[in-house]
Design a protein around this ligand. Structure first.
Ligand code: E4P
Length: 217
């Protein structure tokens, strides 16, 4: 399973990328706004920090505008994936990008029927928003399982990118449900390393080791 960081904070990204565990990055217009920086500059910097896919989202809501913006974004670096909203206009643009050899991430997916359409439009990635569905009183993770079943049954190549991840349990559940990737906020990514029993166990081992008076080196 690939783990992506959902961020435009390049300092945090550089720090976590150094672990070798970050397979890619996703961004969205809200995260670009949060960075306070020009979008093309941020995307170019992120693409220099990770070799894997970096999603950069179009701002137009019309097909022609999405195509123009997407082509410009794809020109920033070879690992840019053009992120498109799951609308009728977005899926038409998605099919065009596929014919042009531009990778796509169809975002704001909230139903299995939408995911089916995105796969038929040739999306490289589909982004079901787990946390926002949970917030809405639905079961976000069951959507991942439904999409997995449909994509497997019809042998679609579109990768399932679990998005709107809010906690480590979401990451585990997405993996169990068969997601190909998950995009994770930096705070949650950092929490994935932790378990209270790991900390307690290490403390005990270090205390007992100190009593031996030994040194390995
Ligand atoms: C990633 O592609 C999405 O834009 C992101 O995961 C949305 O997360 P949020 O629901 O926490 O804003």
């Amino acid at each position: 399973m690939q783990l992506f960081l959902d961020t435009t904070d390049t300092a945090i990204l550089a720090d976590l990328a150094a672990t070798g565990l970050v397979d890619g990055v996703t961004t969205n217009p809200s995260l670009i706004a949060k960075s306070g920086r020009p979008m093309l500059e941020v995307i170019a910097e992120i693409c220099g920090l990770v070799e894997g896919p970096v999603s950069a989202e179009v701002a137009s809501t019309e097909t022609e505008g999405m195509l123009a913006e997407g082509r410009k974004l794809a020109g920033v670096a070879t690992n840019v994936v053009v992120k498109i909203p799951l609308t009728r206009a977005g899926l038409v643009a998605c099919a065009h990008f596929g014919r042009e050899g531009i990778q796509t991430n169809v975002t704001l997916c909230f139903s299995a029927a939408q995911a089916l359409l995105a796969a038929k439009a040739g999306a490289s990635y589909i982004s079901p928003f787990v946390g926002r569905l949970d917030d809405h009183g639905a079961d976000g993770m069951s959507l991942i399982a439904e999409i997995r079943a449909i994509y497997d049954a019809y042998e679609f190549d579109t990768e399932i990118l679990a998005a709107s991840i809010r906690n480590p349990a979401h990451v585990t559940a997405a993996a169990l449900a068969g997601a190909d990737c998950a995009t994770i906020p930096p705070g949650v990514f950092t929490d994935l390393f932790k378990h209270p029993l790991t900390e307690k166990g290490l403390e005990q081992f270090m205390s007992d080791w100190a009593k031996t008076g030994q040194s390995i080196l």
